[in-house]
Design a protein around this ligand. Structure first.
Ligand SMILES: *Cc1c(COP(=O)(O)O)cnc(C)c1O
Length: 360
């Protein structure tokens, strides 16, 4: 068996310990005589799984009691619609557009109300996060929306906007559980788990109690109403059982690793390895502005598309996979999520140094 260093942006690398534990229970989970994939979502065994997953997530993130945790389907993209449908009571929301994901969310929200783009960094191909100091939010806005880590452009908010009484909604898909967050500073936090938490098929929504209401947009499908899923404890219909189970194993793994402060430290070390190399390299350079660089997604280029292609092709021989950048930035992108070991980042940096020498 040869595991590669998988730098994919998502679905992405999962901790080997978690995969092994899932493998061990594949034929007989905990004496049930069946796998988690095969069991009823109404069974006692699955109730334990989802309840423990929620409890562990609450511990990891320090989620206050007045927030609900939902394990849903439809990916992060479905939340682009669910958020305005559920939260736009006045029909107004402010969006900061700092990349493709917030741009898509903004576009979707316009289908349901007066979504306003109050700041954008599209003028420089989203290589930075708009300055949030001095931004004014619409007083009648139901929420203000950000994508806190833009997966494609490798940027992250160095500082959160002060939205006053306007609830802050944040897409944290590609930075979920990579560092501690003060949940009480948000109205709603959500993320597709296939970036940093688990397998594709689950989106986690953490929403403040007072934002879960009955008087949502009347066209909101029953299944997409937060109240439906809060009342049913995410079991309104069949949930993505297997995915939730794996997320639960990842939560346990994170707790054993020392929780989110410990993860943040490791993630900072890994990111520094790569950024320090990029900053002194004469061949490679990072594309995101230094003050808003992501700890999770690191896009970089040589400036020569042919050389980029050669580098990507040669990476395979060094056990480095899925390093090709997104087409809107070009070049390479290394996604260095929680489950990417430091040795993987070191292997990448070592090969970059070698490639630089060979192609000087
Ligand atoms: C991947 C991604 C999405 C889209 O996720 P899906 O689960 O495929 O819908 C949304 N936002 C961010 C920040 C992402 O990285």
């Amino acid at each position: 068996m040869a595991r590669v260093y998988n730098f994919s942006a998502g679905p992405a690398v999962l901790p080997e310990e978690v995969l092994r534990e899932a493998q061990a229970g594949m034929l007989d989970y905990n004496g049930c005589g069946m796998s988690v994939m095969e069991m009823s979502h109404r069974s006692a065994a699955f109730a334990d799984i989802i309840e423990q997953a929620e409890a562990d997530l609450r511990t990891l993130m320090g989620i206050p009691d007045n927030y609900h945790v939902l394990f849903l389907q439809g990916g992060a993209t479905q939340q682009f619609a669910a958020i305005p449908m559920n939260l736009m009571k006045n029909g107004v929301a402010d969006y900061i557009v700092s990349g493709s994901w917030s741009k898509k969310a903004f576009k979707e929200a316009k289908l349901y109300g007066d979504a306003r783009c109050i700041a954008s960094s599209e003028d420089e191909n989203f290589s930075y996060v708009p300055d949030v100091d001095g931004l004014t939010f619409s007083p009648d806005a139901d929420y203000a929306y950000i994508c806190q880590n833009e997966t494609i452009y490798g940027t992250r908010y160095p500082k959160l906007p002060d939205t006053g009484d306007v609830p802050l909604v944040s897409d944290v898909s590609s930075m979920f559980l990579s560092e501690p967050m003060d949940v009480s500073g948000y109205g709603l936090i959500y993320g597709g788990v296939q970036k940093n938490v688990g397998p594709a098929g689950v989106v986690i929504v953490i929403v403040r109690e007072d934002l879960v209401r009955e008087d949502v947009n009347p066209a909101t499908p029953t299944i997409m109403r937060y109240l439906t899923q809060v009342d049913a404890k995410s079991l309104s219909n069949t949930p993505p059982c297997w995915g939730i189970y794996i997320c639960g194993l990842v939560f346990k793994w994170l707790k054993e690793k020392g929780g989110l402060s410990a993860m943040k430290q490791i993630n900072e070390e890994k990111a520094a390895l790569l950024y320090d190399f990029l900053d002194q390299s004469k061949l490679f350079r990072g594309t995101a502005r230094t003050d808003c660089r992501s700890l999770m997604n690191v896009p970089f280029v040589t400036g020569d598309a042919e050389l980029d292609a050669k580098f990507i092709a040669e990476c395979k021989d060094h056990g480095i996979e899925s390093i090709k950048g997104h087409r809107s930035v070009g070049g390479m992108r290394a996604s260095i999520y929680n489950a990417m070991p430091k040795a993987g980042v070191q292997a990448l940096v070592d090969f970059m140094a070698q490639f630089e020498k060979e192609n000087a």
